[in-house]
Ligand binder design. Sequence first.
Ligand SMILES: [Zn+2]
Length: 206
Amino acid sequence: MDQVKIGKFIAQKRKERGLTQMQLAEKLGMTDRAVSKWETGKSLPDASIMLELCGLLKITVNDLLSGEVISMENYNEKTEKNLIEMVRQKEQSDKRLLTMEIVIGIISTVFLFAMIAVGTVLMTMGAQIWIFFLLFGLGIVQFIVAMMFCLRIEQVAGYYECRKCGHKYVPTYKSVNMAMHMGRTRYMKCPECGKKSWQRKVVSKD
Ligand SMILES: [Zn+2]
């Protein structure tokens, strides 16, 4: 610790608060000689009065011991803001993903039925049966791939909320895949309380 730096810092903060050495000393129940010793770097304020001194100078003990105002609070505030922004962005991208899931689901279903319809029409026009099965197979394969993709979106976007304890979590792909479901609401076991319930999909964690 740099006692001289700390001393200068105490003097600077004392002046900023419009106090003389005498006035500060009186508030602390000390002599102005003691304050003078701190400010010239000859001694450090005793630990027993450090909190009170910092309170009067409107600084933290960390500031005092560093001999300068350290921007920890600003840092925390900024970190907090960044975190909030990150959460907000995740929520937005999750919402987009869940919308995309619906779009993919619709397109893929339409494509499947279109393949069946085209195959049927071609058959009535005299095409061979393998053409029907080729188109039908194509429709089924893309449908399965699309459903797997949708399930993956449903697993990672947002959270599932336990009906029993309110716990919100991201389930495993397997548990989402195996669960009975009605739309996005799935019957799954909560990892927190271990109870099974119909769990809702939620985008926000709070
Ligand atoms: Zn639970």
